[in-house]
Design a protein around this ligand. Structure first.
Ligand code: NAP
Length: 305
């Protein structure tokens, strides 16, 4: 059976199963990559204000000539904008050159207080990140619900939220997050989070599916073995794993060949899915993306799930 090309959000909207990641895609390269991807079968772009390239992502969207309504665009509220979601959103809309998003996410469950050191990555005098530990994330979510109800974004969600954070938000939400975007791959499958989100109608999205910069997970012998068995590249296995598991997947590339090949998803047998699902428990558990803030805030306790 062919793997699904789309999933359904709890809003009823369809979301393409594979989206192009844009983190660390340099402004000089991302315009071409986005335009190329959209002209070659992609319909889903994952952006964020903190990536510093939304203007070029927007130019790439425009260059592609694909009508806006045929593209699913996601962006993320940066931590320093948590007290004013509408303002953070407007910056993103202006940069991307669009008047709505298909999905808007709280990038991290952390508020950073901007100061004279930086508007986006401010630090305290001792060099630590200027985290506002008293800030209530449910207030950020309330403002997310406002921009959603105002029609500026067609769906809202979160990123990097672990179960305790979601449990707490659940007491306050009136709109259930459509998505939780987290680091996800066979070495960080987050089975408990997947189960919790499935139960609550929240779709997981997999970031860093190849292991981020340099795609290190591709060289793992177990992944290579499954790739060989299926006569595909290790990247195809790592990407297809999510679609077969019913999660969106967001591989990043600026290379035209890789953009095309990363868009190919295969059906993975039950036996191979069981193998992939079990790798972390067999001693391969690994988290790659570690932010410079919030180790004491609990949302990084993913190995424990
Ligand atoms: N919400 C969050 O906090 C968060 C955090 C991290 C990432 N994300 C999102 O998720 C996206 C993906 O994650 P990521 O960028 O960390 O990493 P990734 O997609 O796992 O890996 C990207 C790296 O793999 C290389 N690559 C891509 N396809 C390849 C292939 N077929 N063969 C060999 N190498 C390949 C890329 O190089 P080339 O570009 O040179 O091909 C790049 O170095 C991000 O771009 C971003 O949109 C979100």
């Amino acid at each position: 059976m062919a793997p699904p090309t789309h999933f359904e959000l709890n809003t009823g909207a369809k979301i393409p199963a594979v989206g192009l990641g844009t983190w660390r895609s340099e402004p000089g390269q991302v315009r071409q990559a986005v335009s190329f991807a959209l002209k070659n079968g992609y319909t889903h772009i994952d952006a964020a204000l903190i990536y510093g390239n939304e203007h070029e992502v927007g130019q790439g969207i425009k260059d592609s000539g694909i009508p806006r309504e045929n593209i699913f665009i996601t962006s993320k509220l940066w931590n320093t904008h948590q007290t004013n979601v509408a303002k953070g959103l407007q910056k993103t809309l202006d940069a991307l050159g669009t008047d709505y998003l298909d999905l808007y996410l709280i990038h991290w469950p952390v508020r950073l207080v901007p100061n004279e050191t930086s508007a986006l990555l401010p630090v305290n005098p001792d060099g630590s990140r200027s985290v506002d530990r008293s800030w209530d994330q449910s207030e950020t979510w309330r403002q997310m619900e406002e921009v959603y109800k105002a029609g500026k974004v067609k769906a809202i969600g979160v990123a990097n939220w672990s179960i305790p954070y979601l449990e707490e938000l659940k007491n306050k939400w009136t709109v259930v997050p459509a998505v939780n975007q987290v680091e996800l791959h066979p070495f960080l499958p987050q089975h408990a989070l997947k189960e919790w989100c499935d139960k609550n109608g929240i779709l997981l999205e997999a970031y860093s599916p190849l292991g981020s910069e340099g795609a290190p997970l591709m060289s793992d012998p177990a992944i290579q073995e499954i790739a060989k068995k299926n006569n595909v590249s290790p990247a195809t296995v790592l990407i297809s794993y999510h679609v077969n598991r019913v999660s969106v997947v967001l591989p990043k590339s600026i290379s035209e060949n890789r953009i095309v090949s990363n868009g190919q998803v295969i059906d993975i047998s039950r036996e191979d899915m069981d193998l992939l699902n079990g790798l972390a428990a067999q001693g391969k558990a690994k988290r790659i993306n570690t932010p410079l803030f919030g180790w004491d805030l609990g949302f990084n306790d993913w190995y424990k799930q």
